[in-house]
Design a protein around this ligand. Structure first.
Ligand SMILES: Nc1ncnc2c1ncn2[C@@H]1O[C@H](COP(=O)(O)OP(=O)(O)O)[C@@H](O)[C@H]1O
Ligand SMILES: [Mg+2]
Length: 423
């Protein structure tokens, strides 16, 4: 089997790495890939932008690929799956309409309301005066969100009404419309990534990530500074409820709208202190860095279960098998991220890290000749799998210690919340 992975993050390195472990997968192309995918055996990078969905489709046709796995949301929301399906190329990832689950928060909210899925109460607005009038009548804190894709920069948790008014002005000025004003939910967040063939849905192991730049989960939002799996907050009772009350009704509602959704259904949940789950948002693709802790634990060949989704035979597919233990990932970033940072710094120590047993998934890296250099904000992720949290955390930081480049930054407290629940 020949596969093509779209994207260039740690998520895509993990996807390509996992797919290539399957005895069925002979070759892989990553578009555009990164320094990590360039170094994978039997894998080749193709330098096209992820937005170039026509170009990527041509690459898939020319190389007669048997499966395309789409990492990021942008090409999905541009309709890459529609294009590939037209050309009879099997693709794992929803169509443009299905991707609205992520690309329009108000569309997703109306679908979830229809499906009876628990969500935060809220309203969408196309003008600032009405949004502010609504905010005046609500309690604070309150959440103001861009409706459309905003690369993680479209959500403001406002502590006061005047902060919320400012957020409304900021989002409209930035060109977002409609915007959403939403009730603030308290609790702990968890990511449930599930896969579906449009009829059946199976969840993967639950994960949690650390979105903030600073230790103690403070400071600016990022693409994710670390993650761990399985997340101890997600008990088997909770997972059953999520399946029955959230995932299955969502898939049924998508079908009711005539959407043939084959891909990842990623529920970002808030679990209240009473243990009640509500959906904060859906994503229509694998999460990053969650993928870097979920996939290493998966024993079932990834290509096989993905094919079962694409060919709509997930119901007959045997239960997913998982390695025992806990996976922890620490993201090593360029200092300054998520603001300004420098690129082009020489990276060393990856082999030394891997020699102690961790796996390094590259993200913002590039190969310059045979020199591996930094090429982005989140440079790489180090993942350790051990029997329990304490051991995994110790090992992951031993791995991180091996890695060197100028002006690196990482959080030293990844997994602290889970560790206090466990061990
Ligand atoms: N209703 C809410 N109550 C409390 N926190 C929220 C709420 N909505 C979003 N957040 C916080 O903001 C983060 C980003 O919101 P999310 O809806 O996931 O948007 P996106 O991932 O598209 O930026 C969430 O992970 C959560 O920490
Ligand atoms: Mg989110």
């Amino acid at each position: 089997m020949k596969v093509l992975v779209v994207g260039n993050g740690g998520r895509e390195h993990a996807l390509a790495w996992k797919l290539l472990q399957s005895p069925q997968v002979k070759r892989c192309w990553c578009v555009p890939g990164n320094g990590g995918t360039a170094l994978l055996e039997r894998c080749e990078n193709i330098p096209l932008a992820v937005e170039d969905i026509e170009g990527i489709t041509q690459v898939a046709i020319q190389n007669k690929v048997d499966l395309v796995v789409v990492g990021p949301e942008v090409p999905l929301s541009l309709g890459i799956s529609d294009l590939l399906r037209e050309k009879d190329i099997p693709v794992f990832g929803p169509t443009q309409l299905g991707a609205k689950l992520e690309s329009s928060k108000s569309w997703a909210k109306s679908l979830m309301t229809e499906a009876g899925v628990p969500i935060a109460k809220g309203k969408s607005f196309t003008n600032a005066v009405e949004a502010k009038a609504y905010i005046t009548q609500q309690e604070t804190p309150i959440v103001v969100k861009a409706d459309g894709l905003a690369s993680g920069k479209g959500v403001i948790v406002a502590q006061t009404a005047s902060e919320a008014y400012a957020a409304v002005d900021y989002l409209f000025k930035a060109g977002f419309s409609p915007i959403l004003v939403e009730e603030y939910l308290i609790g702990e967040e968890v990511s449930i990534l599930a896969i579906t063939d449009g009829i059946t849905v199976r969840s993967l192991l639950p994960a949690q990530d650390h979105k903030r730049i600073g230790e103690g989960d403070i400071g600016l939002n990022t693409g994710g500074m670390g993650a761990y799996c399985p997340a101890p907050i997600a008990t088997s009772d909770l997972l059953q409820r999520v399946d029955k009350e959230i995932l299955q009704p969502t898939v049924a509602a998508l079908r009711n709208r005539g959407i043939d959704y084959r891909g990842v259904l990623y529920a970002g949940l808030m679990i209240s202190p009473q243990g009640e789950p509500k959906v904060l948002e859906y994503n229509c693709r694998f999460g990053d860095p969650e993928t870097q802790v979920v996939l290493p634990l998966l024993k079932t060949p990834l290509d096989q279960v993905i094919l079962a989704c694409v060919q709509q035979r997930l119901e007959e597919f045997p239960p997913l098998c998982w390695h025992l233990g806990t996976a922890v990932c620490v993201v090593v970033a360029s200092s300054g991220y998520p603001g300004k940072y420098k690129k082009g710094k020489l990276i060393t120590g990856i082999q030394e890290a891997e020699a102690i047993g961790v796996t390094v998934f590259q993200a913002g890296t590039a190969l310059e000749g045979d020199r591996l250099i930094t090429d982005g904000g989140r440079v790489l992720g180090v993942t350790a799998i051990r029997e329990n949290f304490s051991e995994a955390i110790t090992e992951v930081y031993q791995g991180v210690d091996c890695i060197n480049f100028d002006e690196q930054y990482y959080r030293r407290d990844i997994g602290y919340r889970a560790q206090s629940r466990k061990d």
